[in-house]
Design a protein around this ligand. Structure first.
Ligand SMILES: Nc1nc2c(c(=O)[nH]1)N[C@H]1C(S)=C(S)[C@@H](COP(=O)(O)OP(=O)(O)OC[C@H]3O[C@@H](n4cnc5c(=O)[nH]c(N)nc54)[C@H](O)[C@@H]3O)O[C@H]1N2
Ligand SMILES: Nc1nc2c(c(=O)[nH]1)N[C@H]1C(S)=C(S)[C@@H](COP(=O)(O)OP(=O)(O)OC[C@H]3O[C@@H](n4cnc5c(=O)[nH]c(N)nc54)[C@H](O)[C@@H]3O)O[C@H]1N2
Ligand code: SF4
Ligand SMILES: [Mo]
Length: 667
């Protein structure tokens, strides 16, 4: 038996560090690595499931070519020759912009991103900007603070009040809970703001359930009262912020009664919450990504940032408005990874709009070859019915994955890639903490799986793309972390010793020195936001679809919400043959109204598409709401993005996936 260290590659807040035991080229156990202070005590079931996942009988182990009679196994030389021929033809007829590169975060390893440089070495490609995930909030916090930084989790022990706002760590970030609960034991009050009564809400002192997409109005209403009652932090406002006068004037327009009508919360509750937040200092806000997946999501985050600034809850122990923590990224050579030195041509489209972009925008030149990696867009992107049609029309599609996902099944060429533990890589993909983990190659991959870096190297050789590195993986990793080595003295050798906290990472951001904005202040009023098509001041706007009366009249009356499930990372743990079945969750009132009982089959539809699944009646769901967890594949009957739209939020090219109305009927 041999013991190694590695880390979870899944797209999760926590990025657990692992101790992996191996015997005879087989992983025997995966345990938490106690050297990592955040995840060292336990890991989740999805982490332990890696063991069986690596060896599932349906793992893709050979390249597959689509033929008239279905997929056929082929050899690597043939697969690569075909891919190279299709790319060459597209390049010579239409140029590099006819190549589409689509990727997401299905694997957190740094090396996997080297695909981007491959396309730059070919001259460029068509690629997305924005995200399905968190980019409205990233844009918002960048306008306000100049960068997106979180407090260290153990700083919560300094808080007197913790507001978990649109985040559900009990399902999505299990390792945050012990810190939150410990602070609560020490006397901090815990409030959860979420339209749904989530597993996190069940642990709180108080659950506040505003109407979906009304949080921006709630925050501005709280700011109105805090200013009116002179509960503001005048020193912070005077010395560390800009634009307060304009903000103060704007929030005059958000008295409690008006905000009550928007949010559905009693005015008295709004007043009490505002007083509590302004006086129980220091107060920490933990923002999630759910509340920014609405058409007004970016401004919602900006309004909440302003609330924290107003009360001086920024740059102090126990305070903050923690959203994401992008502290490691600046020490990675992303320019090399992206191939900026190769001066590639690029054509951008907003990622959530993939379907519409393929149908209407990406025409000159038309997309000839698509390469999809670390993602399952046919399941995870909004308006997926339209996307399936648009995708089918691309002449040649290559998908790299470990399993035959819905997206892989729609490809012309499927390339089986290695999984973590079968390759060396560096992991720094946590959304909240600052650990870096090195993971060595521990076991051989099954069949003929290859690392994407090897695949790209081989293709680059076939295509004569000399800008693509042909170095050993370890040398490439060392090159990619050169800024870390230069500025922090950390080498790959040191990272091999175990999980390492980024030296000098801030545990209380913005405590000293200027903000990273142009004027060095917290920006209540951000000209940058105005320049990019939003407004300089955060504002509340009714959500596009939830506030659409025409849809209401057509019977699309219920909020269709599709949050992240505890037992799967998106679609990754919904492989065929898994016993779990999808459910449509609704309140007892809504069930009764539609003659639906527990176990009935229901059809949920929007103007774009429908799904069908078994009904689960739950008092945890607000009355006019239908909830289905995201991630279900087409074969389950409950692929949620058949219903959602490809619309954008107000900033950051973020998907407004939760801004969706539906109707429901018994099948
Ligand atoms: N088990 C598991 N863990 C995961 C993931 C997974 O798929 N499974 N995914 C990972 C990824 S990629 C991400 S981005 C994170 C997401 O992590 P979270 O942000 O914690 O989770 P979400 O499900 O995106 O949304 C959180 C909550 O937002 C609420 N919400 C929706 N609309 C509103 C609103 O208008 N106002 C308010 N106040 N709340 C609202 C939803 O009801 C939901 O409970 O989780 C990561 N961790
Ligand atoms: N309705 C609705 N839709 C949503 C969301 C929602 O809340 N509601 N959430 C959105 C969010 S936050 C996100 S982040 C996206 C996620 O969207 P995606 O990232 O597209 O979704 P996943 O299901 O995680 O797909 C990841 C794929 O990567 C594969 N994979 C794993 N390791 C590797 C590897 O090493 N190499 C390669 N090539 N492939 C690998 C996995 O097998 C899996 O098929 O979904 C978004 N879609
Ligand atoms: S999925 Fe998240 S919580 Fe589970 S093992 Fe991986 S990083 Fe840890
Ligand atoms: Mo995400």
């Amino acid at each position: 038996m041999k013991t190694y260290r590695s880390a979870c590659p899944l797209n999760c807040w926590d990025q657990c560090s692992f101790i992996v035991k191996v015997k005879d080229n087989t992983v025997v156990s995966i345990e938490p690595d106690p050297a990592q202070k955040i995840t060292g005590r336990f890991i989740c079931a999805k982490g332990r499931k890696h063991i069986s996942r690596l060896r599932r009988p349906d793992r893709l182990t050979f390249p597959l070519i689509k033929t008239a009679s279905g997929f056929q196994q082929t050899s690597w030389p043939e697969a690569l020759a075909l891919a190279a021929a299709k790319i060459k033809e597209a390049l010579s007829r239409y140029g590099p912009l006819s190549l589409l590169h689509y990727y997401d975060s299905g694997h957190g390893g740094l090396l996997k991103n080297i695909e981007s440089r491959f396309f730059s070495a070919l001259g460029g490609c068509t690629v997305h900007k924005g995200s399905l995930c968190w980019s409205a909030g990233l844009a918002a916090q960048t306008y306000d603070f100049g960068a997106v930084l979180s407090h260290a989790l153990d700083d919560l022990s300094n808080s007197r009040l913790i507001i978990v706002w649109g985040r559900n760590p009990a399902a999505t970030a299990r390792h945050q809970l012990p810190f939150i609960l410990k602070a609560r034991q020490k006397g901090a009050r815990l409030i959860v703001i979420d339209p749904l009564y989530t597993a996190t809400a069940a642990l709180a002192d108080e659950h506040i359930s505003p109407r979906p997409a009304s949080d921006g109005a709630l925050a501005l209403g709280m700011a109105h009262l805090i200013i009116k009652e002179k509960l503001v932090d005048e020193v912070f406002i005077r010395e560390r912020s800009s634009g307060f006068a304009a903000f103060r004037q704007m929030v005059e327009d958000y008295p409690p009664e008006k905000v009550s009508a928007i949010t559905g919360l009693p005015a008295g509750h709004i007043i009490r919450l505002a007083r509590l937040y302004a006086t129980a200092r220091p107060a920490a806000i933990l923002l999630g990504y759910g509340l920014q997946r609405h058409s007004n999501g970016g401004n919602t985050i900006r309004a909440i940032d302003a609330l924290a600034a107003l009360t001086g809850n920024i740059g102090v122990p126990g305070g903050g408005v923690s959203y994401a923590n992008l502290q490691v990224a600046p020490y990675i050579d992303s320019d090399y990874l992206e191939g900026e030195d190769l001066k590639p041509q690029r054509r951008y489209y907003p990622k959530p709009r993939l379907a519409a972009a393929l149908q209407h925008q990406l025409k000159e030149p038309p997309v000839q070859v698509a390469y999809i990696s670390r993602a399952n867009p046919l399941v995870q992107v909004g308006d997926s019915a339209a996307l399936k049609r648009a995708f089918a029309a691309i002449p040649f599609k290559i998908v790299s994955d470990q399993f035959m996902t819905d997206t892989a099944a729609a490809a012309d060429l499927v390339l089986p890639c290695t999984a973590f533990l079968e390759e060396e890589d560096l992991y720094y993909n946590s959304m909240s903490h600052c650990y870096l983990n090195y993971g060595p190659k521990i076991v051989d991959p099954p069949g003929q799986c290859r690392h994407e870096y090897e695949i790209m190297q081989a293709l680059a050789r076939e295509l004569g793309a000399t800008g693509f590195p042909q170095l050993p993986a370890e040398e490439l990793l060392a090159k990619l972390i050169l800024p870390l080595t230069r500025e922090k003295g950390i080498t790959l050798q040191q990272l091999k010793a175990g999980p390492l906290w980024l030296p000098g990472a801030k545990s209380i951001p913005w405590r000293h020195g200027p903000f990273a904005t142009a004027d060095g202040k917290f920006n209540f009023y951000a000209s940058a936001a105005e320049n990019e098509g939003s407004t300089a001041l955060p504002h509340y706007q009714a959500p596009r679809e939830l506030g659409n009366s025409r849809l209401h009249r057509q019977g699309f009356r219920y909020w269709f919400v599709t949050p992240h499930p505890a037992d799967s990372i998106h679609s990754a743990h919904r492989l065929p043959g898994e016993s779990k079945k999808p459910q449509v969750y609704l309140s007892p009132q809504l069930a009764e109204e539609h003659g639906l009982a527990q176990g009935d089959r229901a059809r949920v539809s929007s103007p774009r598409g429908f799904l069908e699944a078994e009904v689960s009646v739950s008092p945890k769901i607000p009355p006019a709401t239908v909830m289905v967890y995201e991630g279900w594949w087409e074969h389950s009957g409950a692929a949620v993005n058949n219903l959602t739209s490809g619309e954008l939020t107000d900033m950051g090219n973020q998907a407004a996936l939760y801004d969706c109305l539906c109707k429901i009927e018994k099948v």
